[in-house]
Design a protein around this ligand. Structure first.
Ligand SMILES: Nc1ncnc2c1ncn2[C@@H]1O[C@H](COP(=O)(O)OP(=O)(O)OP(=O)(O)O)[C@@H](O)[C@H]1O
Ligand SMILES: [Mg+2]
Length: 285
């Protein structure tokens, strides 16, 4: 389980003084959960991922994984960046194996796994190709394989499909879900696309503009395995509409189930309408 407890992050800057990126952020993500993070640009989404990855330390508060504080980068993390940043002189398979080398482990025993992962994302025939021979979507698939190669417990994805066209993006999202259904890792996925956030997630975490806090959390109870056609489902559209309102800072619908963050302390500022209607059944179909 990932836990952020009363986390704040202040960036000291030379020109603008201190920039408070996050304040009083509480979030718990259970094992096997797929959580998407949406919110205005600059609200601290990438900062949240970097804190969980151990690439940054919180200014105050704690980040815990399975009850232990995160003190630096850890083996159980896989990170997928907005652009795949592949090494151009390496083949696709060699790029996928990079984290193994960086962990100082022999790559031989893992080559088979690299090939299996590439096969799963439809790149079996491109193992020996170089990144410049691949389309953007194919490169992003390589980035996903690379993040999964060392079998991390947590997959952190920072707008991984942002540079792709809408159809490739949907297809990759469905592919990611298929891999996730098999491996059931924790996924924390940042996106600017509300439909993408809904299609993928068990829960969508909506953040306020900077300094980032949690504006609300929407549970997405659409059946799995998810399919692109579910986007035409009324439940999908209602969820997307609710999330859009939250992002825009507006009100929420009747019967909406937006759970307050479990265990969040009382000093977390939340609009009252987001609390206490968790039991509201119906109205969501
Ligand atoms: N290294 C840094 N030094 C100073 N300020 C920073 C640094 N990194 C981020 N910030 C500031 O912290 C705030 C949050 O940044 P962050 O990158 O987490 O936002 P974001 O939600 O990921 O935005 P976007 O959607 O545009 O990617 C921003 O105001 C940003 O300017
Ligand atoms: Mg970002």
């Amino acid at each position: 389980m990932i836990e952020l407890r009363a986390v704040s992050k202040v960036y000291p800057t030379r020109k603008k003084g201190a920039v408070t990126a996050l304040t009083d952020l509480d979030l718990r993500v259970a094992d096997g959960e797929f959580v998407t993070l949406v919110g205005p640009s600059g609200c601290g989404k990438s900062t949240v991922l970097k804190l969980v990855a151990g690439l940054l330390a919180p200014t105050t508060g704690q980040v815990l994984i399975d009850g232990r504080p995160v003190t630096g980068p850890r083996r159980e993390m896989g990170f997928v960046f907005q652009t795949p940043v592949l090494l151009p002189w390496r083949t696709v398979r060699e790029n996928v194996l990079l984290p193994i080398e960086m962990l100082g482990q022999p790559v031989g025993p893992v080559e088979r796994r690299a090939d299996d992962l590439l096969h799963q994302v439809g790149l079996a025939d491109f193992r020996k190709a170089h990144p410049w021979e691949l389309s953007g979507g194919m490169q992003q698939r390589v980035g996903i394989c690379r993040a999964l190669i060392h079998d991390p417990a947590v997959l952190l994805m920072d707008e991984p499909f942002a540079a792709l066209d809408a159809m490739t993006r949907e297809a990759l999202g469905i592919e990611l879900l298929r891999i996730w259904e098999e491996q059931r890792k924790i996924v924390l996925f940042v996106t600017h696309s509300i439909p993408e956030a809904v299609l993928l997630a068990d829960r969508v975490v909506v953040m306020t503009s900077r300094p980032g806090r949690i504006a609300g959390i929407a549970e997405i109870d659409l059946p799995r395995p998810r399919e692109i056609d579910q986007e035409y489902d009324d439940r999908f559209k209602n969820a997307a509409r609710r999330i859009r309102r939250l992002v825009e800072g507006g009100g929420v619908d009747e019967g909406q189930r937006l759970d307050a963050v479990a265990s969040s302390p009382s000093h977390v500022i939340r609009p009252p309408s987001l609390v206490g209607d968790g039991g509201a059944a119906g109205g969501r179909s």
